[in-house]
Design a protein around this ligand. Structure first.
Ligand code: FE2
Ligand code: FE2
Length: 129
């Protein structure tokens, strides 16, 4: 799990997005502690649902602040959701696939997205929402 200090590097500047990112990261941290397979699958489904809702909010906000690369970002959201679904499917079929591995793979994907894509529209939020 990343600390609040490390998380400050990933702040976008919109409190709803930042809180949502933190909630997703916290959820992934709790997934890493799961030892029951059924609970892992349910928690993984919850990540997919939460991430999909998060993406919708971001895409609305990007249009609101007239972020010029909103369509590229939205395409990346769709690609990432597909990749998260693939990880989820792997977690379903591979019995050796541990919660720690699953959480780490999803965490790496989420952090890379925030760092590369979400940070791009940070300047458009200054003085915005
Ligand atoms: Fe995001
Ligand atoms: Fe995003």
């Amino acid at each position: 799990m990343i600390s609040k200090d490390q998380f400050s590097h990933y702040l976008i500047g919109d409190s709803a997005i930042d809180n949502s990112h933190w909630a997703l990261l916290t959820l992934l941290d709790s997934i890493a502690q799961i030892t029951n397979r059924e609970a892992l699958v349910l928690a993984s489904e919850s990540v997919l649902a939460d991430w999909a809702m998060h993406m919708v909010y971001e895409e609305i906000l990007m249009r609101k602040v007239r972020f010029p690369y909103a369509h590229v970002h939205a395409e990346e959201h769709n690609r990432m959701l597909d990749n998260l679904r693939d990880l989820h499917e792997e977690a379903l079929v591979k019995s050796e696939y541990t919660a720690t591995t699953h959480a780490k793979r999803m965490l790496d994907m989420v952090l890379a997205h925030i760092d590369h894509y979400d940070m791009q529209f940070r300047p458009y939020l200054i003085g915005g929402t």
